[in-house]
Design a protein around this ligand. Structure first.
Ligand SMILES: CC(C)(COP(=O)(O)OP(=O)(O)OC[C@H]1O[C@@H](n2cnc3c(N)ncnc32)[C@H](O)[C@@H]1OP(=O)(O)O)[C@@H](O)C(=O)NCCC(=O)NCCS
Length: 184
């Protein structure tokens, strides 16, 4: 039985070690990227309306986490994506999608627990009660479980094959209006 628990910035930063360990197991990043990733996550926890959902075993061990926050100008991801959407889809679309948005920054489930609906449940819980007009996120533009799940939950492509400045991998930027419905 997996329970969900909602925490704010302090509750999240207190659990950064298990968070990084789930992230490593799920994403398998090069080990030398982990301390940078930890700093990025710690910084994310300072963003407006930061909320994290933990998925936990009955003994409290976290097996998944998802977090998001209110996107505002001055945040690196928000600025890069607002500009790219304006360039490719026009400034009206960029305003529509990104002026009042929940940015779903990280969603990961430990491989031992994937494919059992935890990811979907965490996204529902994270979006519940949010006041923003839209939810947006980036994910590798490959036929992954993540890509399948988001599409299945009504997220549509705003940008595909997108390369972040200084990067080389291809990402899809996807979004959907809020709120979610129970059918999503
Ligand atoms: C993406 C992730 C968070 C989803 O969590 P989860 O608990 O496994 O997700 P769910 O069980 O709710 O849903 C997974 C869906 O993907 C499908 N799926 C599983 N493996 C798949 C694959 N290789 N290709 C396509 N779809 C796949 C499942 O069938 C399910 O779809 P369904 O609900 O239509 O049956 C999790 O798989 C994960 O941590 N992956 C690695 C890290 C990652 O990519 N994170 C997202 C970064 S944006």
């Amino acid at each position: 039985m997996i329970g969900l628990r909602r925490v704010g910035s302090d509750g999240f930063t207190a659990q950064l070690e298990p968070v990084i360990s789930i992230y490593s197991a799920a994403m398998r990043p090069p080990a030398d990227q982990l301390s940078g990733r930890k700093s990025i996550m710690r910084n994310h926890a300072t963003y407006p309306d930061f909320t994290c959902i933990f998925a936990e075993l009955t003994d409290g061990t976290p097996v998944g986490f998802a977090y998001g926050f209110h996107g505002v100008p001055g945040q690196w991801w928000h600025d890069v994506i607002s500009r790219a959407v304006a360039e490719r889809l026009g400034s009206e679309s960029s305003h529509e999608w990104l002026d009042d948005t929940l940015e779903l920054a990280e969603i990961h489930v430990h491989p031992d627990h994937q494919g059992k609906g935890i990811g979907r449940r965490m996204i529902h819980a994270l979006c519940e009660g949010r006041k923003e007009r839209t939810a947006v996120l980036s994910t590798h533009d490959q036929p992954t479980a993540a890509r399948h799940l988001y599409r299945n939950m009504g997220f549509r492509d705003l940008l595909s094959q997108f390369v972040f400045p200084g990067g080389h991998e291809h990402y899809a930027i996807v979004g959907r209006p809020l709120p979610l419905t129970p059918q999503d």
